[in-house]
Structure formats: C-alpha cells, structure tokens
Design a protein around this ligand. Structure first.
Ligand code: PLP
Length: 421
C-alpha cells in the first residue's frame, strides 16, 4: 500500500474535515511544503495556487519565518495577556498601526478571522451601550462572508451553510454592493434605517467566499462616506484582502474613507500560525476607557497575542515590506492582466483585483454547489495544481513567491480546461 493510502485510511478513521461532505471526500495527505509547492506522502508535487485557503503569503516553510519562530519558541512561547505583555506584541502593534489608516490606534488580539470579526462587532455594540445610546441594527453586504462563529454567521450571507442555524442568528439589514446603477437605491435603504444602525461590516473590493465578487473602490468609498455622515460605525474586514492581495498593502490604501475598526487574519502571520487582530480608532477605545470596570471589554481567548504567532507576523511583515516581495506582487498583477487581455472565450467570464484572479465558468446558475465543482477540482489536482473552485468559479490566490513558469502553466491549464467543457 502506498504511503498516501495508509495515511488516507488512518485519516478517514479519525478526522472530520472542514467544509467537506465526508461521505464523498477524497483527502490528500501532505507531508511537506517549500515555496509555492506542497508534497504528498508519495512524493507528488502540487502548486499551491490558493495559498492553502488564502493564508500563505511567502511560500511554505519559509526559512526566515521558521528561524524567527524557532528562536522565539526557545525564549517565550506563551504568556497570559491580561495583566502581562511582551515585546513581540508591542512591536507587532506598533508596526502594523504605522501601516494602517491613521485613525487606527489600538490593537486587540485574538485567534482567527472569525474571532477578529466577533471582537469588532462586540466592540461596536458595546460602544453604544457604554455611551447609553440605544441602537440595535447591523448592516452588511449581500453575498458577504465573515466567518463561521454565530455572530460572524449572522452578518454573512444566509445560504445553505447557515440554514440550519437560521433561528439562532440575529437580524441584519442586507444591502447590495454598490455600482453605478444602484448607488442611490442603496443609500436610500441605509437612510431608512440609519438612526438605529450600530455598524456596517464589509469586505472591501473583493467578496472572497461569496465567489470572488469584485466592486470598484470609488463606489465603496462613496458608500462608506455616506455611512460615516450618518454616524454608522465602519468595520472593514481585511481578513482575506489584507497584506498585499489586492495589489496594495491593504484595500484601505485604495479607499478614501477610513474605517473605525479593521479585522485581520489569514495572511497576518504569513500563513504560519493562527492569529486574528481587530484594530480600533481612539473614539471606540475611549468609550471603554473608564473608572467604571463594567465598561471594560470582557472578551479574551487563552492564546491572545501568543508570542510565537506575533513573531511569525513580524517576520512575515519583514518579508512583505521587502522590495523583492513588492516586485513579486506587482509581477503577479501584471501577469494576471496579460492573461485577461488574451482571454477570448464566451464560455467564461474573468475578473481580477490585484493578485486575485477569478474565472467564472458560465453555467445555468453560479453557486457553491454547482455540479461542475468536483470535476474542476479534480481536473487541476490531476495536473498537480491545487485550486479549490467556489462552485463554477475558479480562482487563483497564489503565494507571492510563485514563479512565472508556474503561473504560465496554471493559465495554460485553465485555458485547456475551458476548451474541453
Ligand atoms: C476567511 C474569512 C473570515 C474568517 O476567518 P477564519 O480564520 O476562517 O475564521 C472572515 N472574513 C473574511 C473576509 C474571510 O475571508
């Protein structure tokens, strides 16, 4: 029996995988990674074209990050972050805040994207509670995705994923993503509820899990400024798009309205360790800053600001800000654009935002459960490429170290596929 098969059998006996129907699952055992490649137990090499669920920025097992984390592991691996602090959390907060819109003044650490979102939403709700201003509604985009915990599910698009929990989710006002034609209508919907709205949460520029749906920065900026004028707090969820994915360091760099809170995870540690961050403006922080202990933010996780994760994030930032990486990001953007220019087929539509490229195979209905998905997934796996289509939508979110040759191979494989269907 091959090493792959042995591991697959042991896995099936004990593991339950995320977003997976276990009855039909085929699970590939990966034993090592290097750069943009992953290797299975039988030695087969795969190009990781989706950065292992959008987290890996600089490639797998990056020696610089590994070195830094390994040193930290032998110095301080964990310390309670209530009543204590440590240099890695201080330095990471200082360096991250320096890169964000200047309104962002405080950093709250948690464990992943969903918790970063929970923290932001709870901060907004308690902000108004601490100020004794009664407000109860939350605004969110249609087709949005903000995570899988209950609060995050509530503010995400209601679909098959969330259907069993329908009765337990809180009410949210959904608005369309703005474009040229619907802007006035979207603003009117906001105005209708504005007095009672606590906050608006949105994925800027690209709605990832919703199908790599993209919108223009100028339209989002106009909408955000409209919310701001109505005293609606803005939560910018940069969990997916942050750290270079849209071509700029943050999506915020393309918008002319600064949010009150921001959420980060995924690329934050370069994809090395789980960590979430919620940043907040001074105004938010001030509403909790009090002689009255009941106004504190009573939220925390065991591993808040874990020193190893902070160290990985600092090392990843070093790499991200290096000129080489900036050039690699630009190269991916340019290569994607070339691909789009040469893309002539009426069987698919293509769209791009920075390093994110999406190819929507035209089908009766675009959906996560589109029947094409298993075929598309297997097609790429058979050709040594890890792409995990969202239904009929194929997308690339490559690590920044991906080579030109590998990108060319992926583009060619995509075109070959489109020819066949
Ligand atoms: C992935 C994602 C989340 C949730 O992050 P997890 O770490 O998976 O909990 C939240 N928001 C956006 C935009 C995401 O893409």
């Amino acid at each position: 029996m091959s090493d792959n098969l042995i591991l697959q059998e042991r896995d099936t006996a004990v593991n339950w995988h995320p977003y997976t129907q276990m009855k039909t699952a085929a699970t590939i055992p990966i034993v090592s990674g290097r750069g943009s490649y992953l290797y299975d137990a039988d030695g087969k090499q795969y190009i990781d074209a989706i950065s292992s669920w959008w987290v890996t920025l600089h490639g797998h097992a990056h020696p610089y990050i590994a070195q830094k984390v390994s040193e930290q592991l032998q110095t301080l691996e964990q310390v309670i972050f209530a009543g204590f602090t440590h240099p890695q959390a201080i330095e990471l907060s200082e360096r991250l805040l320096a890169l964000l819109p200047e309104q962002q003044e405080k950093v709250f650490y948690s464990d992943n994207g969903s918790t970063a979102v929970e923290v932001a939403v709870k901060m907004c709700i308690q902000y108004y509670a601490n100020l004794n201003i009664p407000k109860s509604k939350i605004l969110a985009f249609k087709n949005g995705y903000h995570g899988d915990t209950f609060g995050a599910m509530s503010i995400s698009e209601r679909n098959t994923w969330t259907a069993p929990f329908r009765e337990q989710l809180f009410e949210v006002i959904y608005i369309e993503v703005p474009d040229e034609s619907n802007m006035e209508q979207v603003k009117a919907t906001i105005d209708l509820h504005a007095a009672d709205v606590i906050c608006f949460i949105y994925e800027p520029l690209v709605q990832g899990a919703g199908g790599m749906l993209m919108h223009e920065a100028k339209h989002l900026s106009a909408l955000l400024n409209h919310c701001r004028a109505q005293n609606i707090l803005l939560i910018q969820d940069e969990i997916f798009v942050g750290f270079g994915r849209t071509g700029t360091l943050f999506a915020a760099d393309q918008l002319d309205c600064a949010p009150d809170l921001m959420c980060f995870s995924k690329g934050l540690t370069g994809g090395t360790m789980p960590m979430g961050i919620t940043t907040a403006s001074r105004a938010i922080y001030q509403a909790f800053f009090s002689d009255d202990k009941s106004r504190s933010f009573f939220h925390g996780h065991s591993f808040t600001a874990n020193p190893l994760a902070c160290t990985a994030a600092l090392a990843s930032l070093d790499l991200l800000l290096a000129t080489d990486t900036r050039e690699s990001i630009q190269n991916i953007c340019d290569r994607h654009q070339e691909f789009i220019r040469e893309f002539t087929t009426d069987k698919a539509r293509v769209r791009q935002c920075g390093t994110i490229l999406a190819i929507e195979i035209l089908s009766e209905q675009s959906s996560y459960f589109n029947a094409l998905q298993p075929y598309l997934y297997q097609y790429f796996i058979d050709r040594n490429i890890i792409i995990r289509p969202l239904g009929n939508i194929i997308y690339l979110v490559p690590p920044y170290c991906i080579s030109k040759a590998d990108l060319d191979y992926i583009y060619a494989t995509i075109m070959e596929l489109i020819d066949k269907i």
